[in-house]
Structures are given as structure tokens and as C-alpha cells.
Design a protein around this ligand. Sequence first.
Ligand code: MG
Length: 364
Amino acid sequence: MKITDIRLAELKIPLRTPFRTAVRSVDHVEDIIVEIHTDEGAIGYGEAPPTGRVTGDTKGAIVGAMRDHLIPALMGRSVEDFNELLDLTQGAIQHNTSAKAAMEIALYDLFGQMLNAPVYRLLGGSGAPITTDITISVNEPDEMVRDSLNAVSRGYKTLKIKVGNDAAKDMARMKAIRAAIGNEVALRIDANQGWKPKEAVRLLNEMEDAGLQIEFVEQPVHQADVEGLRYVREHVAIPVMADEAVYSPRDVAVLIQQNACDLINIKLMKTGGIKNALAICALAETYGVECMIGCMLEAKVSVNAAVHLASAKNRVITKVDLDGPVLCATDPIEGGAIFNEALISLPDTPGFGIKHITGLRYLS
Ligand code: MG
């Protein structure tokens, strides 16, 4: 199976409601879709969301990395040389993890189609369904209470609450939400680097003392502040998860060696795809550290790939935050995982199972 063409396209999907974190506010998912065409007619699909404020990968950077580096490295190559293609993808350019992830996802899709097996099976999984949380955007406390109650009424048993843009309000937000939803629903929080280490310790201990039952806190301090992350971990009982601090397997090794976190958040757009995500899983498993799998604001092509990985590696990926598709108002992507609110199930189709995407605007 030979690669004969690689096409790029834009895909824009409106969100149900604007998505707000400590660093940004958006009302659409905007993606670059990659299609790898082969001489046997098979098409592999990948997806990269431009998240310049998070990964540094803008739309222009993704397209430039694809056109100038990844596409020339892969054009004319055989899918049979799969591991070599993954190495070529990772080695074609520094950084640019979103573009690499999109290309890897399309390559895994083709590899699965070539072997007539779903990717979860190639990874040793049985295709077990997974359960995701849903993210509640950071807003005024009463608005967050309303959004939380709505999520619970839709069947979500775990809410991920965005905080960190105003430390003075964060305690009020969490108290109001816990009071409204009761104690049966799990609450995890994500400060998106929004706190200083001492501020994080004070707030988290206040939440603990108030009996808010926080499952874990994601990235309380700046991504470069490994010592700050360890300081928080050492001074609070609530488990600490690294997100923006972790891109590569090497980042994970450093954080584990420094005892800086309890949990790791894997996102394909940070790792540069599945190969490095698998390396992180192996490291985490070796050290007994559990992982969550998360996503950016992404549509179903790339989140579907994360679902295959999470299902296959469910012994180490014990927490799932793959709510990108359910935050979208429409679904232009046919095939792949079935997102039924919190429950995500996988059909037995080869590769990643994406059949068709409507509304693509091809880039010439
Ligand atoms: Mg996060």
C-alpha cells in the first residue's frame, strides 16, 4: 500500500456553548484535516486543532509543517514500512506536535485498514467502551452551577471544572457547584496554570477542609515550574495531575524522577501522536502512575484515535476526558467511535473507522 497523495483541508464546527478556560475563550472547533491517499484507494484521516495558546501550534504552523516537512518525508512511501513512517514523521521537524499527531493518526488509520483490524486491536485491546467526564467552562459561579446541573441531567457522573482565572472566586465556584450537585457526582478541577504555588496550596487545602471532595487537580501552576508543582503535591492531599507540563515521554520521566506529580494527562496533540503516547503509558505503568487521556477542542477524527488508545490501554489510562465531540453542536464526521454523552463505544471497523467528513474546505 503506497502513499500517492496527501491533502489538507479546513473543518469548522460550531460549539453548543462558548468554551472558556483561564487562558482563552472560543465558540468554534477549527481543525486542519489531513487525508493520506494510497494506490489501493484507502484513505487515512488525521486531524489537528490549532491551539496556539496551548501548544504554540497555529493553523499556519500546522499547514507549514505539513507542506514543508511531513508531506515530503512520507510521499511515495509504503504503509508496510509502518515503524519507519512513524520515525520519519517524528524526525521531519522539531516540535509541531499537533501536525505530527494528525499525520500519525492518518498513518495508524491506514495501517489498520491494511491489516483489516481496528487500531484498538493492533494495540492489544478488546474494544471495551470507555466513560468520559465533561468540562464545565470557567464563568460566574451561578452560570457554572447551571452548566453543572445540566451536565448531571445528561448523565455525566464526573465533571471537570475549569478554574484558575480568578483565585478569589474559585473557592466560591467550587462550593456552589458541590452544594448544587450533591456528593454522588465526582468533581475534578483544572486550573490551567492559573495559580502560584502557595496560592494553590492555600486554595486546595481550603477545598479539602470544606469537604468538597476534589478527585484531583490538573496543572495548578505554570507548566515550566516543576519545583512549584512538586511543592503543591507535597503540601496538599488532593492528587496533582501534570498536563501542560507534559508533552514528551522525557517530560514524564523528569516529573516522575522529581516526584512532582501523582497523575499524567496524555493528549495526542502534545505527544505528537500515538507512538509517544504509548511510550508514556509504558513509563507510567513502570512507575505505577495512572494517566488520564484528554483532548484539546477537537472534533471526532483525532478524539476517536484517543478513544482507541484509551480503550486498549485502560489499565494505565484510568481516567478519560474526551468530551470534544459532545461539546460540538453538529457532527459532520461519519464513522468512528459512538459518542453517547458519557459513554463512548467502538465499532469493529478497520483502522479508525472514519468513513466520510462533510464540509471540508480543501487547501490548494
Ligand atoms: Mg488541562
